[in-house]
Design a protein around this ligand. Structure first.
Ligand SMILES: [Zn+2]
Length: 242
C-alpha cells in the first residue's frame, strides 16, 4: 500500500521526467525553424540568380539586335559608296555624299551603343559569378546544417522515446485512482504536476483557496487530492517538508 509520501515522491519523479520531455520536444520544434530561415535565404538567392540570368539574356538579345543593325548599315554604306563613284552630276553627287554621312553617323551611334551594351553585359556576368559563389556557399552550408539537424532530431527522438518509457513505467506504479488525472495533466502540459497546499488553504500554484476539509480528508484517507482550480496534486506542507 502506497502512503501519501511515497505517492508524492513518485509524482515528483514523474514531474522531472515530464519537464525533461517538454525541453526535448521544445528543442525538436526549434531546430527545424532555424533551418527554415537559412532555406528561405537560399531560396531568395536562387531567385536573384535566375532573374539576373534573365536580364543577361535580354541584354544579349539587345546586343545581337544592335549588331544586326550595324551589319545592315554597313551594307548600305558600301552600296552608297559604290554609287558615289558612278555619279557625274554635281547635285546628285552632293545628295549621295549627304546620305553616306547620315549612314556613317548612324553607324557611329550604333557602335557606341554596342560598346556600352557589351560593357554592361560583362558587368552583369561578373555580378552573376559573385551571386553564384555566394549561393553555392549558402547551399553547402544549408546541406551541412540540414544533415546535422537530422542527426540531432533523431537522437532527440531516441531520448524522448526512452523518457516516455520511463514516464509510462512510473505512471503504472502510481495508485490507479490518480493515474488517469496525472496522465491528463502531462498531456495538457500542466507542469509542475504538484502544488503545495499552503497552511491557509491556498494552492501555491494558482493561489486559489480551497476548503480546509479537502486536505484533512486527503491526509486521513492517505491519498493526494487535486486543486479544484488548476487540477495539480496538492501536497500538504507538512508532508512535503518531511
Ligand atoms: Zn491550484
Amino acid at each position: 500500500m502506497n502512503s501519501i509520501v511515497e505517492t508524492a515522491k513518485m509524482v515528483s519523479v514523474l514531474e522531472n521526467l515530464s519537464l525533461k520531455q517538454k525541453v526535448l520536444s521544445r528543442s525538436s520544434e526549434l531546430l527545424p525553424s532555424k533551418l527554415g530561415e537559412l532555406e528561405h535565404i537560399v531560396g531568395e538567392e536562387r531567385d536573384d540568380v535566375s532573374s539576373l540570368v534573365e536580364s543577361i539574356r535580354a541584354q544579349e538579345d539587345s546586343c545581337n539586335k544592335v549588331q544586326t543593325d550595324i551589319e545592315s548599315l554597313e551594307v548600305r554604306q558600301k552600296e552608297a559608296g559604290e554609287r558615289l563613284t558612278s555619279i557625274t552630276n554635281q547635285r546628285e553627287y552632293q545628295a549621295a555624299l549627304k546620305e553616306v554621312e547620315v549612314i556613317e553617323g548612324q553607324l557611329a551611334q550604333r557602335k557606341g551603343q554596342l560598346t556600352e551594351d557589351h560593357e554592361r553585359l560583362e558587368a552583369m556576368k561578373t555580378f552573376l559569378g559573385t551571386l553564384n559563389t555566394r549561393l553555392e556557399g549558402h547551399e553547402k552550408d544549408f546541406g551541412e546544417r540540414a544533415s546535422k539537424v537530422e542527426t540531432t532530431l533523431s537522437s532527440l527522438q531516441g531520448d524522448s522515446d526512452t523518457l516516455q518509457k520511463e514516464i509510462d513505467d512510473v505512471l503504472s506504479k502510481v495508485p490507479n485512482e490518480i493515474q488517469r488525472s496525472l496522465n491528463q495533466l502531462i498531456v495538457r502540459d500542466i507542469l509542475p504536476l504538484t502544488a503545495s497546499a499552503l497552511s491557509n488553504n491556498v494552492c501555491s500554484a494558482c493561489r486559489m483557496s480551497f476548503p480546509a476539509q479537502l486536505i484533512m480528508t486527503a491526509v486521513k484517507e492517505n491519498q493526494l487530492v487535486q486543486c479544484p482550480n488548476c487540477f495539480r496534486f496538492l501536497v500538504p506542507e507538512t508532508t512535503e517538508n518531511k
